[in-house]
Design a protein around this ligand. Structure first.
Ligand SMILES: Cc1cc2nc3c(=O)[nH]c(=O)nc-3n(C[C@H](O)[C@H](O)[C@H](O)COP(=O)(O)OP(=O)(O)OC[C@H]3O[C@@H](n4cnc5c(N)ncnc54)[C@H](O)[C@@H]3O)c2cc1C
Length: 336
């Protein structure tokens, strides 16, 4: 394996990530755990597509991608690879995926375009794993394949065994387990950005000594597009986890006839809910958030908030939460 590369401006994807690779300290420590193994992700490393499938039968644009490290599968040096490396990821962090840009002719007539192409030879986009296996060096991402999006087009056409390069982990979310039971972690996410929330939640509820209470608010379009609905439902078995789901565009056939959204009393909407599933056919706004926060009023000084979604979504909730009404300190609000 090559030495760890320095991070330069070419490593920035230009998407305006809250935790840009240039601003946060990517873990560059080579020996990353007590066993003395090296994190395979520290430089761009090839991963092979092992499996991909639509996340649900309702939406053909949201896919799960399962990648395996080529190094872990190496036929020539399997023992060396498996014994020297691990895949060390942090809950709430993301990976950078890079793919070569479309080839251009060396004798490109427009020299300026060619120079720009040479500078940006790779297309870069961040993705947040929702599952990984440290030893087997595998991970899974959930991707909303955008129409005419350059990386979406590449991922849409990816075949089993094709290779893609990933690097990371990138992020800033620092979390300490709470063994006194004082702390509350509120997670607010939107659409596929529920993915980085899952490992954070698992990390807390699977640690019996961590008494942090989680309040998880997820925003989706409608019931059919609630991603990881079963996982969210199953987490509720844990005493310290409570989920609320908000749907901004829930419309049943009946309500569609009168061009209206389903109300909380709509029978067709209610029929879609499982036992004790807290799903609201409304947009999560200041009023809805206030209802939740009112139940936690005395605990606000011990509350940390994680926001995952588009830049606009994160800023909307950050401004609201740090404003006069809720007064949560800026340094208790983390943008993933
Ligand atoms: C920290 C972080 C983590 C992320 N994690 C995930 C994840 O786990 N899963 C996931 O699905 N996504 C994730 N994303 C988003 C992801 O990185 C990509 O932005 C997304 O997959 C789309 O990439 P793309 O290249 O296909 O399209 P993009 O080029 O990013 O464009 C997206 C859409 O906008 C349109 N568009 C682009 N430019 C313009 C323009 N100038 N005017 C009008 N429309 C335009 C495109 O046609 C396309 O439909 C994450 C983003 C961040 C910042």
């Amino acid at each position: 394996m090559a030495d760890i590369e320095d991070i330069t401006e070419n490593d920035c994807c230009g998407n305006g990530c809250a935790n840009c690779v240039l601003d946060v300290q990517v873990k560059t420590k080579k020996i990353c755990d007590k066993t003395g193994k090296t994190n395979i992700l520290l430089q761009y490393t090839p991963f092979r597509l092992f499996q991909n499938k639509p996340h649900s039968t309702y939406n053909d644009n949201v896919w799960e991608f399962h990648f395996k490290s080529v190094c872990a599968e190496s036929v020539e040096t399997p023992n060396e690879a498996v014994s020297n490396y691990i895949l060390d990821m942090n809950p709430g962090y993301h990976l950078m995926l890079r793919a070569p840009q479309r080839q251009q002719q060396e004798n490109e007539e427009n020299f300026e375009n060619y120079v720009e192409f040479k500078m940006k030879r790779y297309l870069l986009r961040p993705y947040s794993p929702y599952w990984w296996d440290l030893q087997k060096m595998e991970f899974k991402i959930l991707v909303n394949l955008k129409c005419n999006g350059p990386m979406s087009d590449i991922l849409r056409n990816l075949q089993i065994d094709n290779e893609m390069e990933f690097r990371g982990p990138i992020g800033k979310f620092e979390y300490t387990a709470d063994n006194k039971g004082d702390n509350i972690l509120m997670i607010i996410n939107q659409g596929v950005a529920v993915a980085p929330a899952l490992p954070i939640i698992k990390c807390i509820i699977q640690n019996e000594e961590d008494l942090t209470r989680i309040v998880h608010l997820s925003c989706f379009e409608n019931v059919e597009n609630i991603y990881f609905r079963q996982e969210i439902y199953d987490f509720q078995k844990f005493w310290n986890y409570k989920a609320h789901i908000y749907l901004a565009h829930e419309v049943c056939e009946e309500c569609a006839k009168s061009s209206s959204l389903c109300s909380p009393d709509c029978k067709n909407f209610k029929r879609k809910l499982k036992y004790k599933e807290s799903i609201h056919p409304v947009r999560l706004d200041e009023n809805e958030l206030e209802k939740i926060i009112n139940t936690l009023k005395n605990e606000l000084p011990h509350m940390q908030v994680v926001l995952a979604g588009t830049r606009k979504f994160q800023q909307y909730f950050k401004n609201m939460l740090s404003g006069e009404l809720f007064g949560i300190k800026d340094n208790n609000i983390y943008l993933l």
